[in-house]
Ligand binder design. Structure first.
Ligand code: PMP
Ligand code: GLU
Length: 395
C-alpha cells in the first residue's frame, strides 16, 4: 500500500540526526553534540514547582481545547507588554509545543494546491508541514551577503493567485538573523495587498543579542489581521520536553485552528499549562541569565571561527545557532577524501573529529553547516579545538 501524502515527506532531519548522535554517545563515543537546537539549561525551579503543585492540586483533567483561560490571559498580557501587540484570550490557542500550533496554522490556511512561501535557509519542518496539508512550498532564498534578511522584491516575484501564506522565522533557525522593522513592514504591506497570511514563528524571540526583536503583528492593525503569531516556551524558558506553545490571530483563524486541535490533541497537557502560567506570571528578567550566557558563548564561538581556515560564520544576532559557510572547503581533501557536500562534511566531522553538526541541506542551504552552541562552555571550547584541528588537515 502507498501512503501518498506521507510518502512525499521526510522525517525531521534534526530529530533523526540527533537520535543517531545520542546513540553514539550512549555507546561510549566521545561526541560533542552541536546538533539539536535545545537549551542546555534545566527548566527554572519556580516553573518546575508550579508543575508539581498542579499535580498535587489535581489539575490532571482535560482542559478547554484552546487552553486554560488564566494562561491565555497571561499570554495576552505578555504579548501586550513585551511585543506591543493586543490579542484577547479568545484570539489565543495554546498547543503542544510551538510545532503543533504551527501545524494547525498551516493546515488552516492550506487547501489542496495552495502555495506557501518559505524564505530559505529554513527550519526543517515548514516544508513538510505544507506538503502534509496538501499545499505547495515555494522557496525564496535569502542572501548571505544581506545578512540573510528577507528579500522582499524576490518574495513579491513569486506571489500568485494561489499564495495563501508566507512562513517567517525571526530570530532565524538556522541563520541567527533577526529581521528589522523596515523589512517586516514591507512584508506586511505585501500581505495586505495580495491578501495572504504571515505565519510568524517567534519561538527564539527572547534570544536576541544585537538589535531589537520586532513582532510583525505589532506594526499596524491591518498587518495584524494578516498575521498568525506563533510562540512557545521551549527555547525561552528551557521547556522543550513540557511541550507548550501557542498561536495568536484573528478569531476566525483561531477558531479554525481550535477545530483541528479538538480532533487531534484535544488540548495541551494540563500540568504543563499551569507551569507555563507560572513562567509568564514572573518577571521576564528572571530568565535573562540564559540569554546572557548564550551571548557570551556566541561571542566566543564567533571569535574562534574567525581564526579558522576555509570557514566563515554568519553574524548570528539571535537564537543559539551559528551558520557556517563551508563553500571554500568544497573540492578540497581531508585524509584523501574529497569534500563534495555539507552532508558529507557533517559525516566526516562526526566520524573523525567527533563533533556533530547539522548539514545545511536540511535547511535548503547546501554550502553551510549549522552549529548549535547551547552546550557547555567547556564543550564549545573542546569542539572548536576539534574543528580547528580538522580544518588544519584539509588540503
Ligand atoms: N520553530 C522553530 C524555528 C524551531 O527551531 C523549533 C524547534 N524546536 C520549533 C518551532 C518547535 O518548537 P517546540 O519545541 O516549541 O515545538
Ligand atoms: N528546533 C530544533 C532544531 O532545529 C529542535 C529539533 C526540531 O524540532 O527540529 O534543532
Amino acid at each position: 500500500m502507498v501512503f501518498k501524502r506521507v510518502d512525499q515527506i521526510a522525517a525531521s532531519k534534526t530529530m533523526e540526526f540527533t537520535a543517531r548522535v545520542k546513540n553514539m554517545i550512549r555507546n561510549g563515543v566521545d561526541v560533542i553534540d552541536f546538533s539539536v537546537g535545545e537549551p542546555d539549561f534545566q527548566t527554572p525551579d519556580f516553573i518546575k514547582k508550579a508543575g508539581k503543585k498542579a499535580i498535587d492540586e489535581n489539575h490532571t483533567k482535560y482542559t478547554a481545547v484552546n487552553g486554560i483561560v488564566e494562561l491565555r490571559k497571561a499570554i495576552a498580557r505578555k504579548l501586550e507588554i513585551e511585543n506591543n501587540v493586543s490579542y484577547t484570550e479568545e484570539q489565543i490557542c495554546v498547543g503542544t509545543g510551538a510545532k503543533q500550533p504551527l501545524f494547525n496554522a498551516v493546515f488552516t490556511v492550506c487547501d489542496e494546491g495552495s502555495e506557501v512561501i518559505i524564505p530559505t535557509p529554513s527550519w526543517v519542518s515548514y516544508e513538510e508541514m505544507v506538503k502534509l496539508a496538501g499545499g505547495i512550498p515555494v522557496f525564496v532564498p535569502c542572501n548571505d551577503k544581506n545578512g540573510f534578511g528577507l528579500d522582499i522584491s524576490e518574495i513579491e516575484k513569486v506571489i500568485t493567485e494561489r499564495t495563501r501564506a508566507i512562513i517567517i522565522n525571526s530570530p532565524n533557525n538556522p541563520t541567527g538573523a533577526v529581521y528589522g522593522e523596515k523589512e517586516l513592514r514591507k512584508l506586511g504591506e505585501l500581505a495586505i495587498k495580495h491578501d495572504f497570511y504571515i505565519i510568524s514563528d517567534e519561538v527564539y524571540e527572547k534570544l536576541v543579542f544585537e538589535g531589537k526583536f520586532c513582532s510583525v503583528a505589532s506594526l499596524s492593525p491591518q498587518i495584524k489581521e494578516h498575521c498568525i503569531l506563533i510562540n512557545g516556551l521551549s527555547k525561552s524558558y528551557a521547556m522543550t520536553g513540557w511541550r507548550i506553545g501557542y498561536a495568536a490571530a484573528a478569531e476566525k483563524v483561531i477558531n479554525a485552528m481550535k477545530k483541528i486541535q479538538s480532533h487531534t490533541t484535544s488540548a495541551s497537557n494540563s500540568i504543563t499549562q499551569y507551569a507555563a502560567l507560572a513562567a509568564y506570571e514572573e518577571d521576564p528578567d528572571k530568565v535573562k541569565y540564559m540569554v546572557d550566557s548564550y551571548r557570551d558563548r556566541r561571542n566566543y564561538i564567533l571569535h574562534r571561527i574567525s581564526e579558522m581556515n576555509f570557514v566563515q560564520a554568519s553574524k548570528a544576532s539571535g537564537t543559539f545557532y551559528v551558520f557556517l559557510n563551508i563553500e571554500k572547503l568544497l573540492g578540497r581533501t581531508y585524509r584523501g577524501e574529497t569534500i563534495i557536500s555539507s552532508m558529507q562534511l557533517a559525516q566526516l566531522l562526526l566520524i573523525h573529529a567527533h563533533i556533530a553538526v547539522i548539514a545545511g541541506e536540511a535547511f535548503h542551504a547546501s554550502n553551510y553547516v549549522r552549529i548549535c552552541y547551547a552546550v557547555s562552555q567547556e564543550d564549545i571550547a573542546n569542539g572548536m579545538n576539534r574543528l580547528d584541528k580538522f580544518l588544519k588537515e584539509v588540503i
